[in-house]
Design a protein. Structure first.
Length: 399
């Protein structure tokens, strides 16, 4: 009877205990050797457990700076101010103050006031990536010599091999090396314009800028020639130049030599020549020279042309030639200043044979020649026009 009454009392007490769980003080620790249901039936007596005492807070003055800041940091948990124990949980960090979202929150350091990644650092902001570092731009490396090389470093031979094989033998070897690898000799023959012209009821023939050179990259022997005449009238004039050419840079040669003019019906002249020839920026071919005759006459000539590729084989070539004289030369029909000018436009087609180095380029074109000043006056005195248009058909070849 007593046992039945104990079971009824235990069943009635269980819901009441469950209803008030969590409102009172925390329940004592359960003795695993005597569960509550066994104790209610009188089978065992649980051992008393020592009450849990609240942790004594440490005075803030004795805490380190980081810990004081952590205590002072606000807690984001809305129930943090209530006097109720936190439920047991499996989080290993349960009970610790929740960190703020800022990883530096609570630390005694000012937050950067700008987006510059170097803000707050004691360094100068400049374009130099090393600005602010304690290093000089010209600071010597540790262990680097601070003095110039000793004089003995320059006392040896210019070429180290001379000390082993002898200067005379190595000089000959260097000469052979330059001759075989850097002193290649080559030749070129060019007929830039070999053409016939038609204008005002008469036909003309001419060759212009016929060139031949032999030599290497630095020095060349250069021969130039040009001339003109009329069909049925014979040759009017011809000139030949023999020049020594030396490269003054990768694009231009300085040329000096002699020139001889032949005129079947007029006086002949010999000249000293000084000029330059080469490739100007934007691929303009330039040939400029001054001439001093055996009579003391000083004249000059400037020629420029440009090859504009329309296709790989079709080329349009504009050209200009200007002649100047320092004084009047009536016997040659030349006046001082700008004496004559020629403007030409030629369209050619380059043909590259499969065999042989020669290139053949037939062309058609048009040219206008004009005399100025006293030169025009001398031309009119001989019954000629100051200006003349000509239609051209010609051939350009080189090998």
């Amino acid at each position: 009877m007593k046992l039945l009454l104990a079971f009824l009392l235990a069943g009635a007490a269980t819901p009441a205990l469950a209803q008030h769980a969590g409102h009172g003080p925390p329940a004592a620790a359960i003795d695993p050797a005597c569960p509550p249901e066994h104790a209610a039936m009188g089978h065992c007596t649980p051992r008393p457990s020592s009450p849990t005492r609240p942790a004594t807070p440490i005075p803030p003055a004795k805490l380190p700076a980081d810990a004081r800041a952590d205590q002072a940091a606000p807690v984001s948990d809305p129930h943090a101010a209530h006097s109720m124990p936190a439920p047991a949980q499996s989080d290993p960090h349960a009970g610790h103050p929740a960190p703020a979202t800022d990883p530096h929150a609570g630390h005694a350091m000012p937050a950067p006031a700008q987006t510059d990644p170097h803000a707050g650092h004691d360094m100068q902001r400049s374009a130099d990536p090393h600005a602010g570092h304690n290093m000089g731009a010209s600071a010597p490396l540790p262990g680097a010599p601070q003095q110039p090389p000793p004089a003995e470093a320059f006392s040896g031979p210019e070429h180290a091999a001379d000390a082993i094989f002898g200067r005379a033998e190595m000089s000959e070897a260097r000469s052979d090396l330059n001759r075989e690898h850097g002193g290649l000799r080559a030749t070129r023959f060019l007929f830039d314009r070999l053409e016939v012209g038609f204008g005002e009821g008469r036909g003309t023939f001419s060759w212009d800028d016929a060139q031949f050179w032999y030599g290497g990259d630095i020095e060349k022997l250069w021969v130039k020639s040009e001339g003109e005449g009329e069909f049925g009238g014979g040759l009017e004039s011809a000139e030949v130049q023999a020049l020594y050419s030396r490269a003054i840079d990768p694009w231009f040669d300085l040329q000096a030599g002699v020139r001889y003019d032949h005129r079947p019906d007029g006086p002949e002249r010999g000249y000293l020549v000084l000029g330059v020839q080469g490739l100007a920026p934007y691929w303009f071919e330039i040939d400029a020279a001054a001439f001093l005759s055996n009579k003391g006459d000083l004249t000059a000539r400037f020629e420029a042309e440009y090859d504009q590729k329309i296709t790989q084989a079709l080329v349009l070539q504009p050209a200009i030639e200007l002649d100047f004289a320092l004084q009047d030369v009536p016997e040659l029909g030349v006046g001082s200043g700008l004496s004559t000018a020629e403007l030409g436009l030629r369209l050619r087609y380059d043909i590259y044979p499969e065999r042989g180095p020669a290139v053949i380029a037939p062309y058609v074109g048009v040219e206008y020649e004009r005399s100025f000043g006293d030169t025009a006056r001398f031309a009119r005195a001989q019954g000629e026009e100051a200006g003349d248009w000509r239609f051209l058909v010609g051939l350009r070849t080189w090998f």
